[in-house]
Design a protein around this ligand. Structure first.
Ligand code: ATP
Length: 460
């Protein structure tokens, strides 16, 4: 299947089966925004819970927080976002469409990124401009490259901002962790190395939001910051890289679709950086998570700008220093898209073509769907409701489905990625057993109602 066609099928399945809808759809849609529907939210929550479990619950020295969206405007000055958080864009002189120059150069195999100065990137763009075509009109007639700041302003600043600075929406979620570093030290008394984890919203004025959930203007980031002693970064960085890689495999993503991309061009304060990339249909390999060795930059900056000393004092030795930071920052929407793309499968079952999401059962939005064989036999429906309600007590994501005939229900549940479909039929009334059908193989097994819950649990 052409990869473009595949992405179209995935986007259409996401809408048809209640995973993802265009934001503000009934008003024609607001570009760069998406809403998660019932099954999409369940899948997002399962991904986030898995991430939280691995990064907080399974560790003994990581602390979870949830910081406010609105932050003092000086936070974004200190972090460098007001001056340096920008994308290099050029405008098509024919149709005014803007192109992201670093990405276009990257497609030609020319190393360029948003960290370059305007002069540097303009020099590269001048050399290759004739090879780049406008995505809308196909012409190669562009303006000079200019840096466009991505921060989104709010009007909360009309009342509370200091001086003329607006209160921005977070360009990245991680600043909330730096702001709470001292609070966590003072209240939890952690010993180095320790980590803080947070899942939070980020907003970026992306000039050309595109590729479905890949580049949106509002998205969630799942971040960890590991605070370490100065110069103890190298081994820890490698360990974190491995841990994050392992998590993607644990989520069920195929290893052949993942790769680590080393950054050649580091920002001045960074000691190391790489991305974990997934090979998306149509767009190819692109970033789902960044892993950064940030030295003491963040806490030093916030110490300077806030006037509060963010040094750590080692209680045993009395040493005082600014900890270094190793960061992991994952886009929840991009991982959701990677998971769905990876799970999307087409095959033939009983002579019929079908599409299904081969999701790892543990993250499937619906773990089991219960059907009555027919809808018009009261006794049968009553029994099926009883089976369903009993199962739901143990497996809350169990779903009732009596829409259409059995074939349609299987097709619907396959596309939702439901690993088990349970049919209550006339025999159930005699033998108190149901038919359980496996999503991937189509195999059916007779299971007694009494053992149903443990059967499903065992297979999850
Ligand atoms: P890109 O180069 O693709 O714009 P980035 O390097 O700016 O991404 P980071 O600032 O490192 O991204 O953010 C960490 C993670 O947040 C990314 O790996 C990605 O998964 C996610 N992310 C960043 N921008 C967006 C966006 N506009 N839409 C959805 N997810 C995003």
């Amino acid at each position: 299947m052409e990869s473009e066609e595949l992405m179209e099928k995935i986007v259409s399945l996401c809408k048809r089966r209640g995973f993802v809808f265009q934001g503000s759809e009934i008003y024609g849609g607001l570009a760069g925004t998406y809403d998660f529907g019932p099954h999409g939210l369940a899948l997002v929550n399962n991904i986030k819970n898995s991430w939280w479990h691995t990064n907080v619950h399974e560790k003994d020295n990581y602390y979870g927080i949830d910081s406010a969206i609105f932050k003092d405007p000086r936070v974004w000055e200190a972090s460098g976002h007001t001056s340096g958080f920008s994308d290099p864009l050029a405008e098509c002189r024919v149709c005014n469409t803007r192109v992201r120059v670093d990405k276009e150069l990257g497609r030609l195999g020319v190393a360029a990124d948003e960290k370059m100065s305007e002069e540097e990137i303009n020099a590269l763009f001048d050399a290759h401009k004739n090879e780049i075509k406008c995505s809308k009109c196909g012409k190669s007639d562009f303006t000079q490259v200019r840096a466009f700041n991505l921060l989104v302003k709010s009007n909360l600043g009309d009342f509370t901002s200091k001086g003329d600075s607006p209160v921005y929406l977070p360009g990245e979620a991680s600043q909330g962790i730096y702001l709470n570093y001292k609070n966590v030290v003072d209240t939890m008394h952690p010993k180095l190395p320790f980590g803080i984890a947070q899942i939070g919203k980020a907003f970026r004025n992306e000039i050309s939001p595109r590729n479905f959930l890949f580049r949106t203007r509002e998205f969630e980031q799942a971040d960890t910051q590991l605070f370490i002693r100065p110069n103890e970064n190298k081994d820890a960085f490698e360990r974190i890289k491995q841990e994050r890689w392992d998590w993607y495999l644990q989520l069920g993503i195929g290893e052949n679709k993942l790769r680590v991309k080393q950054h050649d061009n580091l920002v001045f304060y960074a000691s190391d950086a790489c991305d974990i990339e997934y090979e998306f249909p149509t767009y190819g390999f692109d970033e789902v998570e960044g892993i950064h060795d940030r030295t003491d930059y963040d806490l030093t900056q916030h110490s300077k700008h806030s006037g509060v000393d963010l040094s750590y004092i080692d209680q045993q030795t009395g040493e005082k220093f600014i900890p270094w930071i190793l960061e992991t920052s994952m886009g929840v929407g991009r991982v959701f898209l990677a998971v769905i793309s990876d799970a999307y499968t087409e095959d033939e079952m009983n002579g019929e073509k079908r599409a299904y999401l081969k999701l790892k059962p543990a993250i499937a939005p619906v773990k089991a769907a219960v059907f009555p064989l027919v809808k018009n036999k009261e006794e049968l429906v009553e029994k099926a409701r009883e089976v369903y309600l009993d199962l739901k007590k143990e497996i809350p994501s169990a779903m009732w489905d009596d829409n259409g005939n059995i074939g349609k229900r299987y097709r619907r549940q396959d596309e939702i990625g439901t690993p088990y479909c349970i049919t209550v039929d006339f025999e159930t009334l005699e033998d108190d057993a149901v038919t359980v059908r496996n999503r991937d193989t189509g195999e059916q097994e007779r299971v007694s109602v009494e053992e149903l819950h443990s059967y499903i649990e065992k297979h999850l």
